[in-house]
Design a protein around this ligand. Structure first.
Ligand code: TRP
Length: 491
């Protein structure tokens, strides 16, 4: 079985857009969980691409549609992020319900996370956070970022507790520098935070989860350490608002009605399927999800960016020259061998790493489309598309590094501080009270309107009745009664 082994300690393998090819003659089924990501194997032993439709079919996720993106835009008044516009957000669970809540002014929060498995983050790691940053701005809502240092400790043979804690601390500064709003963001590491209300929810989830369920979902056997078996309860506890009384308030009866929306890579879905399966039974809201693709490694189709292989990834700490050299030297090209052939035949944008990166980083849709056409028609040379890609990546990393410099210990501490976070400038309690008031008012208004309509109908009937009566004169009393009923049904 072509199981894809994790490419860095304690880090799940990555799915990339380049792995989305057609497949036939599957002899080994695909496996997708946080620890193994494989599209399966065909009869010739060739590793197959990930089949996203299968995820939608087998696991009940919903494919992202242009109609839903249009609704997102209508409801939030914000143009969908380029990662959404370009299909990097492949599927979702209950995004439509979150949009309903947003429309009704009911609170929800965003939740995402990172397994801190290395000191340095690469641009691939930054993408789900970039999407989350945008969503925080679009919804103007609180965000919780979980750093699972305990998960990385339990899943790695090498990482010590001390390492994992250091990685969490370092990574948190990188995450902050990606542009989150401290008034609306809480970051925590499990080793530091787990206790109190959070721990209570972990235990609640653990008590209602059997080994069989975890084994089935994650593909564990009985030799796996029990930390790995228990960890899903930890990752799920963050999806319950009652885990964070300092953010949402102490009134559990109210706060358990606040759901979250989780932007994540598709490999994290098993955790949240588990959580969704039991949330309502435990009197909590099911988390909603947005599933995202991974950025491909420099080596291109089928390969994964790895923090431990420096030539596979562009790091957020890379200098402009390093970015240039890596792209020029290692980026897999969909172009032809010679300039002559390139002019004649054109390149293949769908497997070309510089083009793929541009589709993640370049904001302007028209410019991206022009680049694709020029590249595929042979107008643009391999070196030229690489140069464009280098320019945009250098800009992204330079902007990041500028912000990273400003992340002092005080700034970090502010993100880790236990404080209330605001929804559209209001606390959870205010927001919920207002939504409640609005509901009451709407109900009262509806009642008043119904009453009015009833009265109007009555009046009409009274008015109608004399008109009817002369026409129907002599036809008896019954007819009048039937007219009344017609008038009523019109109301
Ligand atoms: N398990 C994730 C990882 O290894 C970290 C994580 C925790 C996460 N909660 C999350 C990722 C929510 C996305 C969304 O990287």
């Amino acid at each position: 079985m072509a199981s894809t082994l994790p490419d860095e300690p304690g880090q799940p393998p990555k799915l990339t857009q380049a792995t989305l090819a057609n497949k036939s003659n599957v002899v080994t089924e695909q496996v997708i969980n946080p620890f193994e990501v494989s599209g399966g194997v065909d009869e010739t032993g060739k590793a197959l691409a990930i089949d996203f439709d299968k995820i939608v079919r087998d696991f009940g996720a919903t494919a992202m549609t242009p109609a839903l993106l249009e609704r997102f835009e209508r409801v939030t008044g914000k143009r969908p992020h380029r990662l959404m516009r370009r299909g990097m957000v492949t599927s979702h669970r209950d995004l439509d319900k979150m949009l309903d809540r947003y429309e009704r002014g009911e609170p929800f929060y965003l939740y995402t996370g990172r397994g801190p498995s290395s000191d340095s983050m690469h641009v691939g790691h930054a993408m789900p956070f970039e999407l989350t940053r945008y969503l925080q701005e679009a919804f103007d809502c609180p965000l919780v970022i979980m750093l699972t240092d305990d998960e990385k400790f339990m899943h790695s043979d090498k990482i010590t507790i001390k390492d994992a804690k250091r990685y969490a601390l370092e990574n948190s500064k990188d995450i902050i520098a990606l542009g989150f709003d401290p008034k609306k963001t809480f970051i925590f590491s499990d080793f530091e935070f787990v206790s109190g209300a959070f721990y209570e929810n972990m235990c609640l989830l653990a008590k209602h989860t059997t080994f069989n369920q975890i084994r089935g979902t994650f593909g564990f056997d009985e030799h796996v350490n029990i930390g790995k078996i228990h960890f899903p309860a930890t990752q799920s506890a963050t999806a319950f608002a009652t885990s964070f009384p300092h953010i949402f308030g102490e009134d559990e009866l109210k706060t358990r009605n606040i759901p979250c929306l989780i932007p994540c890579a598709i490999d994290q879905d098993p955790y949240f399927r588990q959580c969704r399966d039991r949330a309502e039974k435990l009197k909590h809201k099911k988390p909603a999800l947005l599933h995202m693709l991974f950025l491909p490694a420099l080596q291109g189709p089928g390969s994964k960016m790895s923090a431990s292989v420096s030539t596979s990834a562009i790091f957020l700490s890379d200098k402009p020259n390093e970015i240039k050299n890596k792209i020029n030297k290692y980026a897999f090209s969909g172009g032809q061998d010679t300039a002559e052939k390139q002019r004649e035949l054109g390149g293949r944008a769908d497997v070309d790493v510089p083009y793929q990166y541009l589709s993640f980083f370049l904001e302007d849709d028209d410019e991206l489309e022009r680049i694709r056409q020029d590249y595929e028609s042979g107008k643009l040379m391999t070196g030229e598309i690489k140069a464009i890609c280098i320019k945009h990546l250098q800009q992204f990393v330079a902007d990041f590094q500028e912000r990273r410099k400003a992340v002092s210990e005080d700034v970090r501490a502010d993100f880790f501080a236990r404080k209330a976070l605001l929804f559209q400038g209001k606390t959870a309690e205010q927001m919920m009270n207002e939504a409640e008031e609005r509901k009451k008012k709407e109900k009262a208004e509806k009642k008043a309107a119904d009453q009015k309509a009833k009265e109007k109908a009555k009046e009409e009937n009274v008015a109608v009745a004399p008109q009817v009566t002369p026409e129907d004169a002599g036809k008896g009393h019954k007819k009048t009664t039937s007219t009344v009923s017609v008038g009523r049904s019109k109301a």
